[in-house]
Design a protein around this ligand. Structure first.
Ligand code: ATP
Length: 479
């Protein structure tokens, strides 16, 4: 793991953003719990997404579908037959890898060594292998020919490449028979497709329109060693936008632009974001781009924008026997709509925000660590301090906190030197610290100190809520 990554994992635990699940039992791999600050950050991200997708678009509405769905859903969606990863085992270390990712790693190493031409040739062959009839065989041959070694043991002692289904399954009711098998949803999208008519009719929507949903998804990921980057239980923020066949390209470009803008509006550095086009489309897609962020572990996907054609609705029509058509009241045409999907990982967005906000600097020879979150995303918006724990200052500070509580999440801290209290707040990304001092007792003014610049302003305490709100609106990322 890289240095920065380790710092973020450690800060997340130490300050109560993210804990390993079931830690007292040694932890459960690739599952995590959000602590008091993590849960605030997560709520803020969720809220901003919902606001951008639902509240700001007249033709997008929300949904909250169940995690458990009729088993036929996953037959229809293709997940029972095609939601597979190609896996290969290192016989010596017993470690398991995704075959395509091993080859991608090999290509990245070739590029690093300046062997561009060779890297390009291997890349071409990877694309061919991923699209081959016998994908497993083709990936295996490529690993053999390129003599790709195991990243952990360095051995060259591989098993065959095999397919492995990523869905968690269990049984519904007391009888563990095959026909009672159900799955934990591996994506939230299918809940939207099966409710297409329910939502359209009740919300009186006409095409084009979208349905947005935030919820848990589950995947039995094999390679899950990267903190909250790849989890077995995670949360997705998805929107399916239904359009007339032929209009998908335009919708696709519009949503690509808007989704990238959303990440930029969250204060993520533009140079750390890019588009990546898929080498191989999923079984349902006719165009697919990912928003990638440059994590400490390299450029990786945060969100996918996919043109899913009419695949899902058509399959549900086939498997359920119910019509999934739309009747256009203007043209009197009947058709199965095409779908453009935006699918972001909530947890991965959180990891990106932590990586992007993390900053170390030196102030008067002292280290200062801070999380430069967009104030609207910051878990705590304002901290209220009495300069000292006596002389009536704590009472005034407490009363000020009570005034601020209806507006945003605040904390009160009176322990330790004021400088240390500022540093504690910097470290968790609190954008504003308000201090009650001797002068407050005389004229009712307090100081508001900003996290990014450490500049302080003095203002009447009645004006603090409005001041902080205005500052949050006007915030832009530090240069
Ligand atoms: P990958 O190639 O990384 O496995 P994917 O292409 O399968 O991802 P999608 O099915 O497009 O991912 O899922 C949409 C989004 O959901 C991803 O962009 C990612 O942010 C998030 N996501 C997917 N799998 C996981 C996971 N195991 N843990 C955390 N987030 C995930």
């Amino acid at each position: 793991m890289s240095d920065l990554f380790e710092k973020i994992v450690s800060l997340s635990k130490r300050r109560g953003f993210i804990f390993q699940s079931s830690e007292i039992y040694g932890g459960l791999a690739a599952t995590y719990d959000y602590g008091p600050l993590g849960v605030e950050l997560k709520r803020n991200v969720r809220e901003r997404w919902w606001n951008a997708m639902v509240y700001r678009n007249d033709n997008v509405v929300g949904l909250d579908a169940a995690i458990l769905m009729h088993p036929k859903v996953w037959k229809a969606s293709g997940h029972v037959d095609a939601f597979n990863d190609p896996l290969i085992d290192d016989r010596q270390s017993k470690m398991r890898y995704r075959a395509d990712q091993l080859i991608e790693g090999h290509i990245a190493r070739l590029r690093k060594k300046g062997k561009e031409e060779r890297a390009e040739a291997v890349y071409e062959r990877l694309v061919q292998a991923l699209n081959a009839e016998d994908m497993c065989g083709a990936l295996y041959d490529l690993i053999m020919e390129e003599e790709i070694r195991s990243p952990d043991s360095g051995a060259f002692d591989w098993t065959e490449v095999r397919q492995f289904n990523l869905m968690f399954s269990t049984h519904i009711g007391p009888v563990t028979e095959e026909e009672n098998r159900i799955y934990l949803r591996p994506e939230t999208a299918q809940g939207i497709f099966v409710n297409f008519h329910n939502v359209r009719e009740t919300a009186r929507l006409q095409i084009p329109f979208g349905i947005a949903q935030i919820g848990k998804a589950f995947r039995n990921e094999i390679v899950a060693r990267q903190f909250i980057f790849r989890m077995r239980e995670f949360e997705q923020m998805e929107m399916q936008y239904f359009v007339k066949p032929g209009a998908q390209r335009e919708a696709y470009e519009m949503w690509r632009e808007r989704r990238m803008q959303w990440h930029l509006d969250n204060g993520v550095r533009p140079e750390k974001l890019r588009w990546h086009e898929h080498e191989k489309f999923a079984h349902y897609a006719d165009a697919a781009h990912d928003v990638q962020y440059e994590f400490p572990i390299g450029w990786q996907e945060v969100e996918g924008v996919h043109s899913r054609t009419d695949y899902d609705l058509r399959r549900h029509q086939e498997f359920s026997g119910k019509k999934m058509e739309y009747f256009d009241p203007h043209t009197h045409e009947r058709y199965i709509p095409y779908v453009v999907e935006t699918s972001a990982g909530l947890d991965r967005t959180i990891l990106m925000l932590l990586c992007d906000a993390y900053h170390e600097e030196e102030v008067n020879g002292e280290p200062r660590n801070l999380l430069r979150f967009h104030p609207k995303l910051a878990p705590i918006k304002a901290a209220v301090f009495p300069l000292v724990k006596k002389g009536g200052m704590p009472e005034v500070a407490r009363a000020l906190q009570t005034d601020l509580q209806p507006h945003f999440y605040t904390v009160y801290d009176e322990k330790g030197a004021i400088g240390r209290r500022y540093r504690r707040m910097d470290e968790v990304g609190t954008p504003y610290c308000i201090t009650v001092d001797g002068q407050t007792l005389e004229d009712g003014t307090v100081t508001v100190r900003e996290r990014d610049t450490m500049a302080q302003a003095r203002l009447p305490k009645e004006n603090v809520a409005a001041y902080v709100r205005d500052k949050m609106e006007a915030w832009s990322p530090p240069a």
